[in-house]
Unconditional design. Structure first.
Length: 338
């Protein structure tokens, strides 16, 4: 059976997910298990949490391995999703050298594994490869505007280098690759202290603390609900031909200013929080919005969850987290980046 045929059928496979205990990784692992695949979840728990995959460990098809992808990994699998790397600025900026190593060495190690096994591999890239873009919305043929020496470069340039490695392995070794450029994603399973704008706002609102906006709040973002995003990754991996490696934008093109997002969170939570403003972080993009025309055409994919619906589910998740007494101290130290 060739891969093009296999990709369209329900075939149980053994699948490796690096960064599998993170927000996206855990949601992806759950979906793969639902589809009757065997899943090997690898994480070093720098930003991932064991609690994210605790419910999955009851499955005999799930295996959790503590491992840092900057070191080689020897397992036997059919597919690899390389999601390893903290995605929120406070986490990746706290150890920028390790962030670069995770992106570059991690990609090299996972590509080496994929080459040895002749396994299809998906690289979780990011909208950050576009930097502070001059093109709006951002299309995949836009090369971006990234500060290679800035405080975000460990992540931005690390992901750009990982993409380079993916395409060089494809050209040099004929490896089947898929590259997804992931835009802002939110939903249940987010780390309450990850410092991203939705988790910040929701936690602050639930605690009736001031919602902190960095900059004037007129910067825009797009927010994709996690179920839609994971669905896009699965379609890219399983429902596109080998001749389509990407990169492809996966995100929600519905654009919101940070000010409007803050007002929506206050409305949905019924919070008495006020809004405060601070200086914008260095190299913070003014606009970020995906052109998803390629995903719609090639993958027949587009997001289905509107922001209000997704936020309600996310608020319910964080309310549950708050009810756990041991979380309260952690939540009150919520990160300070939008």
């Amino acid at each position: 059976m060739n891969r093009a045929t296999q990709a369209t059928e329900t075939v149980s496979q053994r699948i490796l997910v690096t960064g599998g205990a993170g927000f996206l990784g855990a949601n992806l692992c759950a979906r793969l298990l639902e589809a009757d695949h065997e899943v090997i979840c690898v994480d070093n728990f720098y930003s991932g949490r064991k609690s994210n995959v605790a419910d999955l460990q009851v499955s005999s098809n799930f295996e959790l391995i503590r491992h840092d992808v900057t070191f080689p990994l020897y397992v036997e699998v059919d597919e690899i999703y390389n999601l390893a790397c903290p995605a929120s600025p406070p986490f990746y900026q706290s150890d920028p050298v390790q962030t670069t190593k995770t992106n570059v060495h991690g990609a090299i190690n996972m590509l080496g594994l994929a080459k040895r096994l002749n396994a299809r591999i998906l690289q979780a890239s990011t909208s950050e490869v576009y930097g502070d873009p001059e093109q709006h919305p951002q299309r995949e043929d836009y090369w971006g505007r990234v500060n290679p020496n800035g405080i975000r470069a460990c992540y931005d340039e690390g992901k750009r280098c990982a993409e380079t490695l993916m395409f060089d392995y494809r050209r040099q070794h004929g490896l089947e690759i898929k590259v997804a450029r992931i835009f802002n994603t939110y939903g249940p399973g987010m780390h309450p202290n990850d410092g991203r704008v939705i988790s910040n706002f929701v936690v602050q609102a639930l605690l009736n603390d001031p919602l902190t906006i960095y900059g004037d709040g007129e910067q825009t973002r797009s927010f994709c609900y996690v179920d839609d995003l994971v669905g896009g990754l699965l379609k890219l991996m399983h429902e596109t031909p080998p001749e389509f490696p990407g990169p492809v934008n996966i995100g929600n093109p519905d654009e919101w200013s940070v000010n409007d997002l803050a007002k929506l969170v206050l409305d949905l939570t019924g919070s008495s929080s006020t809004i405060s403003y601070g200086p914008a972080p260095a190299d913070d993009p003014v606009q970020r919005n995906p052109d998803i025309g390629l995903a719609q055409t090639v993958m027949q994919w587009q997001p289905e969850t509107d922001l209000k619906t997704g936020l309600r589910k996310t608020i319910d998740y964080f309310e549950s987290e708050l009810r756990i007494g041991s979380q309260t101290t952690l939540l009150r130290s919520v990160g300070r980046r939008s």
